[in-house]
Ligand binder design. Structure first.
Ligand SMILES: CC(C)(COP(=O)(O)OP(=O)(O)OC[C@H]1O[C@@H](n2cnc3c(N)ncnc32)[C@H](O)[C@@H]1OP(=O)(O)O)[C@@H](O)C(=O)NCCC(=O)NCCS
Length: 150
């Protein structure tokens, strides 16, 4: 399987939004928030997409604030899951964060999101906190994870 990862472009927005809409456990953003990704003022954000032979299969969005990065969303298309794409996408993002001088990468995830938590733990993220009832519809705690990347 040939995989490639590249920076997202505004032409990827429809595919990114369609994927997010169908990924119940993904973070849900408005069209305005996605469009803002490609404005110059949003330069602190990094968005990458992963493709295979059939094209777009997933994306990750992170925000860099000084030396701390935060993963804001990651999603892989349903039929392409469990084939290592999430692992590749996250691994390359961590390489990028490291290359750009990040000290640590943070994220939060629904407590019940076993797939995402297993993916983060595979990359050695460690739990560093909990936010009670952070999510709504349905209400649920967020688990916070941190990975030092220096
Ligand atoms: C989380 C997500 C991005 C993982 O993508 P993926 O391409 O399936 O991930 P991978 O195939 O690289 O799997 C990585 C590891 O995650 C774990 N994993 C993935 N899916 C899993 C599942 N359904 N149940 C348990 N563990 C799972 C496994 O440990 C796996 O490693 P292994 O295959 O070596 O055992 C994908 O499930 C997804 O898009 N979910 C919906 C969106 C979402 O919840 N995003 C996170 C928001 S915080």
């Amino acid at each position: 399987m040939k995989l490639s990862i590249r920076s997202a472009a505004s032409a990827d927005l429809p595919a990114m939004m369609a994927l997010e809409k169908h990924a119940v456990t993904a973070a849900h953003w408005s069209a305005e928030q996605y469009e803002a990704l490609f404005r110059a003022s949003e330069s602190g954000r990094v968005a990458q997409v992963i493709e295979d032979e059939s094209g777009f299969q997933g994306f990750v969005i992170a925000r860099a604030v000084d030396r701390e990065w935060e993963i804001e969303n990651i999603a892989v298309a349903g039929p392409a899951r469990r084939r290592g794409l999430g692992t590749r996408l996250l691994g390359e993002l961590l390489d990028l964060a490291r290359a750009r001088g990040a000290d640590a990468v943070f994220l939060e995830v629904r407590e019940s999101n076993r797939a995402a938590r297993a993916l983060y733990e595979k990359w050695a993220f460690l739990e560093c906190g909990r936010r009670g009832r952070y999510y709504s519809d349905p209400e649920e705690d967020a688990i916070l994870y941190r990975l030092g990347v220096t």
